[in-house]
Design a protein around this ligand. Structure first.
Ligand code: ADP
Ligand code: LRH
Length: 489
């Protein structure tokens, strides 16, 4: 029929999901078949991902996909970036992957920068300095028995792909978040790996989105009840790479906010921007599908809200999201503003208290209610989006006439409107499941039911997926200009 049924595994920091999609030249129907929480676990002082729990969720999801869709013709996996599992010489996992919000990287940053100064790292990798980038995590693990025993480091989607198929490799979009990949040649940065005294053998051969990386093993077929052969196709295995494929852009003059736990704000380019100004502004050049570059900045994102909700719930306070957002819409704008990227917001913990402390430290009255705290978060995020979109335009020279907001945050109508007002640009919100859609599109093209480049794939998104348009409200500009002046002054 020219259509296939494909499963997309998309693991976000807040939840994992498996989607089943029916795809063809004129069809893209996505159904969520399984969603499971992604809850970090602290053992002996270290924050970990529960990677076996997540893998179990993937198997449950594939089983559900087969049951609900009747068949599965292909599978793709994407997840959050930077974190990895180590395999020993027998291919067994050594310990649980450490969570990027664990504090272990703190001491490693000076050590890495001592060996290779930040300017040199950036000139090669083009990566925004984030203290949890893989390069710093590996440096933090130096001297441990675990790293000494390790023969391979596999990023999370590559680790799951290994368990599903037995194939070992490093998909390039996610490898670009390690701090060890050359953004220009799109190969492992051999020179950096040597200078940082890392074992070159840890880093497996690269694979590209669209590579057919293997087939589900007999064990996996048995556990999931799927009928083989089922190919696992490499997609943009970095969730943000798949989410950017999933942006329903009509031209190349767009910015995006991939809005989930993190907000990834930027533009799509053909070539990296490796200037000193770009480094100073905190922009990253992550690699995208089809040879593109995701020129963006990490903004702390809805983590601020998620972690506030978690804190409130733990204190027995109301934490229902729709209620909190409705209340936030009723309180005045701009009573308090924080820099969402303040490093003190990164670890888990009492977020409302940290926001209040940041307000006090900057001479502002802290929010007096939950509604004011939520409003402070959303105003501050929208202001950061404005700053970041404008900086991306200035540093890259790419014109932007629309902002696409995708991911769970597209459901937040208040945030979408604030973003349109702050940026002074139309915001097209949706799809919510951009990452899963980008995952499916790349699989479908590899398996022969779609063809063309990103513009053709995105045309199918535009004709099949819902999106809501938010226009900047007349008269809103002055308030945002004043807010901007307040935080930068
Ligand atoms: P991740 O992929 O990082 O796990 P998601 O893209 O799933 O994140 O986005 C999760 C976020 O989306 C939630 O933290 C929440 O703020 C927002 N969200 C989800 N559902 C809604 C909703 N109904 N209304 C407003 N915001 C929502
Ligand atoms: C979003 C994301 C982001 C990374 C972060 C660690 O899920 O992949 O792009 O910077 O997680």
């Amino acid at each position: 029929s020219g259509e296939l049924t494909l499963a997309a595994v998309d693991l976000g920091a807040s939840s994992g999901r498996v989607m089943a999609a029916r795809v063809g030249p004129e069809r893209l129907d996505l159904t969520e078949v399984h969603r499971f929480p992604n809850r970090p676990v602290r053992t002996a002082g270290t924050l970990h991902w529960d990677v076996l729990g997540l893998y179990g969720g993937v198997l449950d999801g594939l089983r559900a996909a087969g049951r609900e869709a009747g068949r599965v013709d292909g599978v793709g996996i994407d997840s959050w970036a930077v974190d990895y599992g180590l395999l020993d010489a027998d291919g067994a996992l050594l310990g649980n992957p450490v969570h990027y919000r664990d504090g272990r990287h703190a001491t490693a940053v000076p050590a890495v920068h001592g060996a290779v100064p930040p300017g040199e790292l950036y000139a090669v990798t083009g990566l925004q300095h984030l203290p949890f980038n893989t390069v710093f995590q590996l440096a933090a693990a130096r001297g441990t028995a675990q790293l000494a025993a390790a023969r391979r480091a596999l990023l999370v989607p590559d680790l799951l792909a290994y368990w599903l198929t037995g194939a070992v490799g490093a998909e390039v979009t996610n490898a670009s978040t390690t701090g060890l990949l050359d953004a220009t040649s799109r190969q492992w940065a051999e020179d950096l790996i040597g200078r940082l005294d890392l074992d070159r053998g840890l880093f497996p051969p690269l694979r590209q989105p669209g590579d057919r990386l293997g087939e589900l093993t007999a064990d996996v077929l048995e556990e999931t009840g799927l009928a083989g052969p089922v190919p696992l196709v490499a997609v943009g295995s970095h969730d943000t790479a798949s989410a950017v494929v999933g942006v329903p852009a009509a031209t190349d003059r767009f910015a995006y906010v991939s809005c989930g736990t993190w907000s990834l704000v930027g533009v799509e380019l053909e070539k990296p921007v490796l200037t000193e100004a770009s480094r100073a502004a905190g922009f990253t050049n992550e690699l995208g599908v089809d040879g593109t570059v995701r020129y963006l900045r990490n903004v702390m994102g809805l983590w601020l809200l998620q972690e506030s909700q978690r804190t409130w719930a733990a204190h027995g306070l109301p934490a229902d999201l729709p209620d909190l957002l409705a209340a936030a819409a009723q309180v005045p704008a701009f009573t308090a503003l924080v820099d969402p990227d303040d490093a003190r917001f990164l670890p888990p913990g009492d977020m409302p208290a940290r926001i209040a402390a940041a307000c006090t430290a900057t001479g502002q009255t802290p929010p007096r209610s939950q509604a004011e705290t939520v409003r402070c978060i959303l105003d501050s995020l929208a202001l950061a989006y404005r700053r970041t979109v404008r900086a991306a335009v200035g540093l890259s020279g790419r014109d932007v006439e629309i902002v696409h907001l995708v991911g769970g945050g597209a459901r937040n109508t208040l945030l979408c409107q604030l973003t349109a007002d702050a940026c002074g640009l139309p915001v097209l919100a949706g799809p919510v499941e951009a990452a899963a859609l980008g995952n499916v599109l790349v699989q479908a093209r590899r398996l022969g039911v779609l063809s063309g480049g990103l513009p053709e794939l995105r045309a199918l998104l535009r004709s099949t997926q819902d999106a809501q348009l938010y226009l900047p409200q007349a008269g809103s500009e002055a308030g945002w200009d004043a807010a901007e002046a307040r935080v930068s002054g």
